[in-house]
Design a protein around this ligand. Structure first.
Ligand SMILES: [Fe+2]
Length: 208
């Protein structure tokens, strides 16, 4: 609710969503087009889009800070089996605002149920699940920061997020690729079980 109130008046910008408790400052830089998959299991996924202003101009060199969980539903800072930097990176968009990176499809996960939040969820008859998502913090000189998330629109919890982070405009299709060339360019396997490469058609992310 605080996020929604504080972003009022930015109707032409991409919707905001929650920062969440798993963000870590200072993620390593990768090149635009770089790889977050490394040795992670999961559906190989290419994320790409364009950072533009609310009036449609590309935001040259915008800084993207991205983070997500692994196939087991855990973020690196709650899982001793993951490197601290696993599935976290910063990258700069190109001069024309475009960016891309390869990763794995994120997993749904539960918020902690062992404290007051768990008691409250139970009292309200709500489950503790969040739909899968990739977090973004996007910044550029002269623009307000944008903190948001994108969600696969076919996630089973898309309509019942425990923390109410989903906005309709942030639910995007993760599509199997039809481009062998693109899969080759990003070094993606197109024959992993249960999928193939999936391309989210990300909405333009527009800092206001
Ligand atoms: Fe999250």
């Amino acid at each position: 609710m605080v996020d929604m109130i504080s972003s009022r008046g930015n109707d032409d910008a991409t919707a905001v969503s929650v920062l969440g408790p798993f963000y870590i400052e200072g993620a390593p830089f990768i090149k635009n087009g770089g790889d977050l998959i490394r040795d992670n299991a999961g559906q190989q996924t290419l994320v790409k889009g364009c950072i533009s202003s609310t009036t449609g101009e590309p935001v040259s060199g915008a800084l993207l800070d991205v983070w997500q969980n692994a196939k087991n539903g855990k973020y690196s800072n709650e899982d001793p089996d993951q490197d601290d930097d696993n599935l976290r990176a910063r990258l700069n968009a190109d001069d024309d605002g475009t960016y891309s990176f390869s990763t794995i499809r994120p997993s749904p996960y539960t918020v902690p149920e062992d404290g007051p939040a768990g008691v409250m969820l139970e009292a309200m008859g709500r489950h503790p699940w969040r739909p899968a998502h990739i977090h973004f913090k996007i910044s550029a000189e002269g623009y307000q920061d944008l903190i948001t998330e994108i969600y696969p629109d076919d996630d089973e919890y898309i309509d019942a997020d425990a923390v109410f982070g989903v906005r309709e405009s942030l639910a995007v299709a993760f599509k199997p690729t039809t481009s062998e060339e693109e899969a080759r360019q990003y070094g993606l396997q197109s024959s992993v079980p249960d999928s193939g490469v999936r391309f989210p058609s990300a909405p333009p992310l527009a800092p206001a």
